[in-house]
Design a protein around this ligand. Structure first.
Ligand SMILES: *[C@@H]1O[C@H](CO)[C@@H](O)[C@H](O)[C@H]1NC(C)=O
Length: 338
């Protein structure tokens, strides 16, 4: 999301509880492991928080202020979202967050939608988001992202984001001044650097520094047709890396709840900590966010070039345009190194 002006009062994360108890098991790398090695091996990740089902509806915050990115949405309070059927849990435990697809609206009026954020904030971690489906369609701008206080000072990590009928996910950082994407990482990632390498927002330029996933299953219709998948991102002393796994390709270690990122294929995106960007200085106390907005700064400005019919504001009037504008969340899990 761009141009975030509001930030919630941050809560500090509780000391992590390691639920697994394998800390003393034999680890051939442990004795020789050096912190200074560029590739840490065999780090064990322990579950810190898992959000699923009713727990998401009950514990996440519902943001109901005007959309800071100027979208044509009225974000609903928890009560209103639940009453109007825009936030609910299916029998199988899937949490659904929907845009109103019932109400006909006069031109210029905002449509009801939902934006939620985690009850805790995080400094570093391994974040696994499993979605069965995501919103898409003309005028629709969904995002799974995280943001620190005092935007852009605490930084913003956009893990899954796009507009309209895009088929490629865009992964973007936004920061205060003094952070750029180290383009030498290109051989280490499968995504392509979008061309704008300055991560800093300044004045009206909030482009951020981005990678584009070339996998058409990474966004929108094809993401959904393939049963969704997992977005994983690792934020640690090396920087921030992100992976996408379509439903049929989710590594076994993720399915078993013991993620081992060192075994995964190349990440789609990697913003390396170093001279080009001090990640620890630019990213802190992040709350996790899921939202769907309509038109606004990005989707409004690109509506016609994306080949969408008519004008964005007119698209908002017709509920039939939003039958596919819903998140189906399996779970969000946060792990920390043991
Ligand atoms: C809204 O969208 C859902 C999911 O696509 C669909 O099941 C439902 O019938 C739609 N509502 C209306 C009023 O058409």
């Amino acid at each position: 999301m761009h141009r975030l002006l509001l930030a919630f009062l941050s809560l500090f994360s509780l000391p992590l509880l390691c639920l697994a108890t394998h800390g003393d098991s034999f680890d051939p790398f442990r004795r020789h492991h050096q912190r200074s090695q560029s590739k840490p091996r065999n780090i064990k990740y322990c579950l810190q928080d898992k959000y699923r089902g009713e727990n998401i509806l009950n514990s996440w915050k519902f943001f109901s202020a005007p959309d800071p990115t100027h979208g044509m949405v009225d974000y609903q309070s928890r009560e209103d979202a639940i009453t109007h059927g825009l936030a609910y849990v299916q029998k199988d435990g899937t949490t659904v967050l929907a845009v109103d697809n019932v109400t006909e609206l006069p031109p210029g009026k905002n449509r009801a939608s939902v934006r939620i954020s985690s009850p805790k904030t995080y400094n570093q971690g391994l974040f696994i988001a499993d979605f069965w489906a995501m919103p898409f369609g003309c005028s629709v701008w969904p995002a799974w992202w995280s943001v620190g206080p005092n935007w852009p000072n605490g930084g913003e990590i956009d893990v899954l984001e796009g507009v309209h009928n895009s088929v490629n996910n865009q992964l973007t950082l936004h920061t205060s001044s003094g952070c750029s994407l180290d383009t030498e990482v290109q051989p280490q990632v499968s995504g392509s650097i979008s061309g704008h390498t300055n991560c800093a927002s300044s004045g009206a330029d909030n482009t951020g520094c981005a990678f584009i996933d070339s996998d058409c299953r990474s966004y929108g219709r094809d993401f959904n047709l393939n049963g969704g998948g997992v977005y994983a991102h690792l934020w640690d002393s090396e920087g921030i890396k992100a992976w996408f796994f379509s439903r049929g390709e989710i590594p076994k270690d993720i399915l078993e709840g013991e993620p081992k990122p060192e075994l995964w294929r190349k990440p789609v995106a990697f913003w390396k900590n170093g001279e080009s960007c001090d990640i620890g200085k630019h990213f802190y106390e992040h709350e996790l966010v899921i939202d769907t907005t309509l038109c606004g700064d990005w989707a409004g400005a690109t509506y016609e070039v994306a080949g969408c019919p008519g004008r964005c504001t007119d698209a908002v009037t017709n509920p039939r345009n939003f039958d596919n504008a819903r998140w189906k969340i399996n779970y969000i899990a946060v792990y920390q190194p043991a």
